[in-house]
Design a protein around this ligand. Structure first.
Ligand code: ACM
Length: 639
């Protein structure tokens, strides 16, 4: 493939308080000189409002998207480079992916050649050089299971793991479950022998399955004997978790027989620590196909995770088909040089995006349900709504000055306005369809990162503030959230949001679940406030946080460095008052997509931390062991 242009960026730290500067170099590798062109690039480290450009002119900036031109009359000869420097950055970049990820040129004739982009280099200052490490670990019990079960007793093991065959007397329902988990194992480990079969043989160990009313619905017990395995479970979920445990044990025994084995005598008694073992996926910043989402659900099931918070909307794209509002996906699902939504993050001039058609959603939800995973839809409001406001501009206050506030990601005026009646009509329309598509008891309304000066220049919002005696943006947001909550509850759903929903007076904690993300301390604070809480602190559980401090470690570190060991060690119950009004209902991984420009990077960021969070959600605190987890994590499937 011929590369005609390439953009390289170098970060120059500042010794003082400043965020430093980025030097950009555009190389012309084509055969012809170019002049009169504009360079567009998208970079997470942005030029601030007062940025200075040496060697060119900044023409436009929308969040990560920048456009700059060289000085008048400049000609970029073949083999030469145009160098310019941006000083005045929004924040300090700390890792290579914090720089430009996509770029293109617009030439004088209107054509838009592609520009290859290199990861940002560090041109000064210290690089710790540290990269992600996971130790070899230690195996004391020869069982390969993540999350580790509540109680394990292994007295003897098979020399070589025999096939496991469902007892012919099993009910059709139980045979179906065995086939389902065998299919899951085959999808995740296609090169391996299936864990179970339905057809008995002389060499196979029979597996009998029974219901046991003394066990929790999601609990199970496995009894191993030389002539058979007995699985007892409180309900369908417990039975299937027991089958997953057995499938993992057999997979380890076959893959690494020197270290792992199938017990011939012993018991496993197991049930989850928390009801909510979640994973969140942002499909807005980068779109993930239905096939990828389905594969992720398989991986969650293998980790016995049971909640998938699907972050379907954000500034960079609306990804859910809403039949009554086709504009949301016709306009809001796409970005590119010819679209209302400009290129961002890893996308360039070409059309980029996608959305899930309603039938695709139904298929994904059904796939999840078959694996005991609840798909919780998230429609992120009132902030993070650039795509909505591009699609439905009537939701703006016409007299609010443009660019009167910017979100933390640099989007101007990106929040739904609480003072506009059509805002609530929009919510009623969207939530009615969401409630119909998703059987989840919850609708998650986001609620995060509304800028503190949002709406303050909107005359309509000002009137509302005066009428309702609301003093600032958080109080306006709480007013909005209470109305959103009433719509959600009116549809027979429970209300969920990020932790900011409790700010500015908050909402009623009844039937409200909040995902605590901003700091570790938020978990205890919200539980004390009476909410049901899912712990997902960015510092430990956001999988887009780097796993080591070095410059070349992929991803970002605005919430800090989350090493695999640190992620594993996080204790969601730290600081919790046992007499608090609310409850900690579980834990959740956060997969944010800004940096997910390849499957390899996604795997690098997700694993083994996803499994660490699964184990925090399942295994009793006393049963957790980092070195055992580190060793076993190598057997777990990736995307
Ligand atoms: C968030 O990370 N903005 C919930």
């Amino acid at each position: 493939m011929t590369v005609e242009f390439r953009l390289e960026a170098s970060y120059l730290p500042d010794d003082g308080d400043d965020h430093g500067s980025i030097e950009l170099r555009l190389f012309n590798l084509s055969a012809a000189p170019v002049s009169g062109f504009v360079l567009a690039w998208a970079a997470l480290t942005r030029a601030a409002r007062d940025a200075e450009i040496a060697g060119g002119t900044l023409l436009r900036r929308v969040a990560n998207f920048h456009e700059a031109a060289p000085p008048d009359g400049f000609e970029l000869a073949p083999g030469a480079a145009w160098t310019f420097t941006v000083s005045g950055l929004t924040h300090t970049p700390r890792h290579r992916l914090d720089g430009p990820k996509s770029a293109y040129l617009t030439l004088a004739d209107g054509t838009r050649p592609k520009v290859a982009v290199g990861d940002m280099l560090l041109a000064g200052g210290n690089d710790t050089g540290e990269t992600k490490t996971v130790p070899e670990g230690r195996i004391e019990v020869p069982l390969s299971v993540i999350p580790w079960p509540a109680e394990v007793r292994v007295e003897a093991t098979h020399e070589t793991a025999p096939p496991i065959a469902a007892a012919p007397s099993s009910s059709t329902d139980d045979l179906g479950a065995v086939a389902c988990i065998a299919g899951l194992a085959q999808r995740l480990h296609p090169a391996a022998e299936p864990p179970f079969v339905l057809a008995t043989s002389a060499t196979a160990v029979p597996l009998s399955i029974a219901t046991d009313g003394t066990l929790a619905a999601d609990g199970y017990r496995l009894d191993f004997a030389p002539d058979g395995i007995a699985l007892r479970a409180g309900g369908a979920a417990g039975r299937d978790y027991g089958l997953i445990t057995l499938a993992q044990i057999r997979h380890g025994a076959l893959t690494d027989p020197a270290r792992f084995a199938l017990p011939s005598r012993g018991t496993i008694t197991d049930a989850p620590r928390y009801a909510w073992r979640g994973c969140h996926l942002d499909v807005s910043r980068h779109f993930h196909s239905a096939a990828t989402v389905t594969r992720l659900l398989d991986i969650l099931a293998w980790n016995k995770m049971n909640a998938f918070q699907w972050h379907l909307t954000d500034d960079e794209g609306w990804r859910l088909e809403i039949a009554a509002l086709p504009e949301l996906t016709e306009i809001g699902a796409w970005r590119g040089a010819d679209h209302t939504q400009v290129p961002q993050l890893g996308s360039g001039a070409a059309t980029y995006g996608g959305f899930y058609a309603r039938d695709e959603v139904r298929a994904i939800v059904a796939h999840a349900a078959g694996l005991h995973i609840d798909v919780v839809p998230e429609i992120d409001i009132p902030g993070h709504c650039t795509a909505v406001l591009h699609a439905l501009p009537h939701l703006r206050d016409p007299n609010e000055p443009a660019d009167s506030y910017r979100s933390i990601q640099g989007y101007p005026n990106n929040a739904l306005n609480p003072a506009i009646p059509e805002t609530y009509t929009f919510l009623e329309t969207v939530f009615a369809e969401v409630a119909e598509l998703f059987p989840s008891p919850y609708i998650h309304i986001g609620g995060d990162e509304v800028d503190a000066s949002s709406w303050l220049a909107s005359p309509l919002a000002r009137d509302l503030m005066a009428r309702e005696n609301l003093k600032d943006a958080p109080e306006l947001q709480a007013y909005f959230s209470r109305k959103a909550q009433a719509i959600v509850l009116g549809l027979g759903k429970k209300f969920a949001g990020w932790d900011e929903v409790a700010d500015g007076g908050g909402v009623s904690p009844d039937d409200t679940l909040l995902v605590a993300w901003r700091q570790r301390e938020k978990v205890a604070e919200l539980v004390a406030g009476g909410y049901d809480v899912v712990a997902s602190p960015g510092q430990a559980y956001y999988l887009d946080m780097v796993q080591a401090s070095g410059w070349y470690e992929p991803a970002t570190s605005w919430a800090g460095v989350s090493t695999p060991e640190g992620c594993y060690a996080y204790d969601p119950e730290a600081g919790l008052d046992p007499n608090a009004a609310g409850r900690l209902v579980g834990v959740q991984a956060g997969i944010w997509s800004e940096h997910l420009i390849s499957r390899q990077l996604m795997n690098h960021m997700m694993f083994p931390r996803l499994g660490a969070i699964a184990e925090a959600g399942w295994t009793p605190a006393t049963g957790r062991d980092w070195l055992r987890f580190a060793a076993l994590s190598r057997l777990m499937p990736e995307l």
